[in-house]
Write a protein that binds this ligand. Structure first.
Ligand SMILES: Cc1cc2nc3c(=O)[nH]c(=O)nc-3n(C[C@H](O)[C@H](O)[C@H](O)COP(=O)(O)O)c2cc1C
Length: 301
């Protein structure tokens, strides 16, 4: 009932672990797949090992609204990452290798390595909101986005997903520049900040971070709706998915699948089986036989 096929990959359900949450090590990726995720995206990996920013790197909003993070793209570097992919692949679900770079050449280099390591697809991080020279700094330059996507498409055979930022007034133009990708992933985190009024200073060492979780869901839904109405490229929805109803909302907005991040951080890995159960219950009650029947229905009224 929940299975989805996308870019020739089979997902037993449309819930994919989002990049950056318990997905740097092969072992945790296997655990999350066993807990019910239909697919896994790795932590974004770069050309070289990066330590990231000093603590504090995460601020939790009250009442489960979400979190603000500025980890700073900490990662072990691509050269030592092959073993983690090999371990993650034993879980039997599609593994998507997320990569970040500052130029088309760097993205091509990373995508080829990921392909050699055995990933089922690559996800281009064109959207991290707090890393100088990477992420949304690259991903809001339309010409550069177009060049990165087309060069990576030429260099690898696996599907190429482009993950875009909501921190722009030109979302449709950027999505159009990235439309040679096999799928567009919307959204990465929203730029935000929290201030500790007793210390009279921003909470995060980097000051600015990326806001995620339930409080950004309406921004993600709007982005998915607008882009999938405008372009003929599969869209994957991300941002605040915590329940079966949230996942169905993204699918009705036009998403073919969704990624789940902060909900895993706030609620633990059992959130996948819980969302699966809630989706199945809703679909049974509403006489819906498959996810495909729901994709984009909110656009047709
Ligand atoms: C702690 C943390 C680390 C993240 N790291 C990455 C990353 O390395 N690459 C990336 O593309 N997105 C990263 N993200 C963004 C998520 O993949 C996702 O797009 C965003 O958090 C919105 O989804 P959510 O509300 O389900 O978390 C990170 C998010 C969080 C909370």
């Amino acid at each position: 009932m929940l299975s989805v096929s996308l870019n020739g990959m089979f997902f037993k359900n449309p819930l994919i672990l989002a990049s950056g949450i318990l997905d740097e090590s092969g072992d945790t990726m296997v655990r999350i797949a066993r807990a019910g995720a239909g697919g896994i995206v790795t932590k974004s990996i770069g050309s070289k090992e990066r330590a990231g920013y000093p603590n504090p790197v995460i601020y939790e909003l009250p009442d489960g609204m979400g979190i603000i993070n500025a980890i700073g793209l900490a990662n072990p570097g691509i050269d030592s990452y092959g073993d983690e992919i090999k371990i993650a692949k034993t879980a039997g679900v599609p593994v998507i290798g997320s990569i970040f770079g500052s130029s088309p050449e760097e993205f091509v280099f990373l995508a080829k390595k990921m392909e050699r390591y055995g990933v089922d697809a690559v996800e281009l991080n064109l959207s991290c909101p707090h890393a100088r020279g990477y992420g949304m700094e690259v991903g809001t330059d339309k010409e550069l986005v177009e060049e990165i996507v087309s060069e990576v498409k030429k260099a690898v055979r696996v599907p190429v997903w482009a993950k875009l930022t909501p921190n722009t007034h030109s979302l449709i133009e950027i999505a159009t520049s990235a439309s040679a990708a096999d799928a567009l992933v919307l959204i990465n985190t929203v730029r935000g900040m929290a201030i500790d009024i007793d210390a009279r200073l921003p909470v995060l060492s980097n000051r600015v971070g990326g806001l995620s979780g339930p409080c950004i869901k309406p921004i993600g839904i709007r982005a998915v709706y607008e882009v999938s109405s405008e372009l003929n490229v599969p869209v994957i929805g991300v941002g605040g998915v915590t329940s079966g109803r949230d996942a169905i909302e993204y699918i009705m907005a036009g998403a073919k699948a969704v990624e789940v991040g902060t909900a895993v951080y706030l609620r633990g890995i059992s959130v996948f089986s819980q969302i699966v159960r809630e989706m199945e219950e809703w679909m049974l009650k509403n006489d819906v036989g498959g996810v495909e029947e729901l994709v984009g229905v909110a656009q047709r009224r």
